[in-house]
Write a protein that binds this ligand. Sequence first.
Ligand SMILES: C[S@@+](CC[C@H](N)C(=O)[O-])C[C@H]1O[C@@H](n2cnc3c(N)ncnc32)[C@H](O)[C@@H]1O
Length: 278
Amino acid sequence: MDASAPSSGDSSASARFSFSPFAQHDFFTHVNQWIVDRVVRPAPETVVDLGCGPGAVTRLIVEKLDGVAGARVIGIDPSPSALARARADITAPWVEFHEGTAEHLSGLVPQADAILFLNAIHLIADKSAVLAEIRRVLKPRGRFAFNTTFFNGAYESSTSGFWRRWVVRAMQVLKERGISVHHDPLANRMQWMTPDEYGTLCRAAGLDPSTVELLRVDLPPECLADIGRFSLFIEGALPGVPLEIGSEALQLGLARALDELQLTSLPRYWLEIIAKAI
Ligand SMILES: C[S@@+](CC[C@H](N)C(=O)[O-])C[C@H]1O[C@@H](n2cnc3c(N)ncnc32)[C@H](O)[C@@H]1O
């Protein structure tokens, strides 16, 4: 395997295997707007967009707060390349972006009225510790919201085999090219939890999950292709495989899996949770 091929650690690779193309699909705006509409108020409040990435959600928050005197938006993300995109795209003086992680949130931002953590909580290893950080930063009666499609219950049972088949077919492509993938079950530590388990974790951190909803979306093939070009997805599906090679194998594997199952789109659920500081 070519050790010089890009990994997500180098910045040109981060830009090439960015989350942005996936984030531009209409359904993705829908699952995020749903939360923004319920959590962001047109008021002089401080709103934190945690795990803001290249700024797709930040943009929705900013649209909601545009023209509100005293509003402040703070985007936090560990990825310098994603932050560079966000800063280039969103230049309002009342919006700022800082490099950092959810694990250290209380050292990065002031007390906030609302914290949104969209499409990222599944990446967190110690969710209890991060929820405690979030609670620490929230003002009394502050709002916290998150969504994720990597949870127990995200698939319709009739299509659950597709996702496994996609990765198996991509691995087959690699094998045909003489590249072996050793699937280490510990390499992908993403933890899939049920909505109830998320609710229990919230309550334990002093956050009352007053709204728990599942939104169903239909993912078209072009959207699946874009997720197959996102660095974190490639690394999760094909651990240790260079991004360029992994991405190409996932594209070919996707075509094979869709063809075999005669699928033209994939239903999937987004878990949406809104909680209040107790
Ligand atoms: C799939 S993207 C979602 C970006 C944005 N929230 C959205 O919904 O469009 C996940 C983001 O979480 C960020 N991330 C990963 N680990 C994180 C951590 N420990 N704390 C905060 N953000 C993290 C990644 O850098 C990435 O930008």
